[in-house]
Design a protein around this ligand. Structure first.
Ligand code: FPP
Length: 252
């Protein structure tokens, strides 16, 4: 399935501007294959992937999307060769350094999902600094999922709740879905509406397991570095054509 890609022409013109998804998440897959196709090292694919993220986040903001969550590094990505892990960490550092002025100019707030305390010192410091500097911004929220895993996020939330109960911060009450959601990294973001995965594989790879409960999912057959504003608009167009029922029935 290739979400929205049967459309020809500029997809942006087809969009219903009143039904723009509030929160879009992207699994940016296919960087390595994009590079291999061009006879380049995998790292060149990641560099091109960072450029694509910059463009897609900007486009999302222009369309009125409130939040974009991007899966930049999973808890499982540490298993990749050291040179690739180091490259991705440096790339994040460079991305944050190079983008901070633009992010501020474009009123973008940056937050992180994942255990950033475990990142190399200078990357962690850059991440924390970016969060602090962009905190007052009121436009798009760019949520970078780094050292992130959906299962780890849920376990972390459960452990926090246990600790807060023991410390008397929450009373002797039943845990509800709403309370649990407050303990997730995404507590300050709108609910997830649309999850896009590029690269052709059809799985969620431990990404936003809780948040994706009722998200629409688009699998796109292009490699992430080739994904752009038009691809985003096609995915949003497909999203707008779907009927979201949240477990209910039509007219029910
Ligand atoms: C998956 O493609 C992609 C990643 C593991 C890294 C994603 C990172 C970026 C797009 C750039 C970094 C972003 C920032 C914020 C600096 P893959 O390598 O698994 O591709 P393949 O499936 O073709 O091998």
């Amino acid at each position: 399935m290739d979400c929205g890609h049967e459309q020809t022409g500029a997809a942006e013109n087809l969009l219903d501007k009143q039904k723009i998804p509030g929160h879009i998440a992207v699994i940016m897959d296919g960087n390595g294959r994009w590079a291999r196709q061009r006879g380049l090292p995998r790292t060149a694919g990641h560099k091109a992937g960072a450029d694509a993220l910059r463009a897609v986040a900007r486009a999302a903001g222009e369309l009125g999307v409130k939040a974009v969550t991007a899966y930049a590094f999973s808890t499982e990505n540490w298993k990749r060769p050291a040179y690739e892990v180091n490259f991705l960490m440096n790339l994040l550092d460079l991305y944050l350094t190079g983008e901070i002025n633009n992010l501020n100019k474009e009123n973008v707030r940056v937050v992180f999902s994942g255990d950033i305390a475990a990142l190399p010192g200078k990357v962690r410091e850059k991440a924390e600094k970016t969060v602090k500097i962009t905190a007052p911004n009121t436009g798009l929220t760019l949520n970078l999922a780094v050292n992130y895993g959906g299962q780890a996020e849920i376990v972390r939330a459960a452990n926090h709740i246990i600790r807060d109960k023991a410390d008397g911060k929450i009373g002797d009450i039943e845990i509800t879905v709403d309370l649990f959601a407050q303990y997730l990294y995404t507590a300050s973001l709108p609910g997830l509406d649309l999850l896009i995965r590029t690269g052709g594989d059809m799985r969620v790879s431990n990404f936003l397991l809780w948040q994706a409960a009722y998200a629409e999912i688009c699998f796109v057959d292009v490699f992430w570095p080739d994904f752009n504003k038009d691809g985003l608009c096609r995915a949003i167009y497909e999203y707008q054509r779907r009927e979201r029922r949240f477990g209910a029935i039509k007219d029910g």
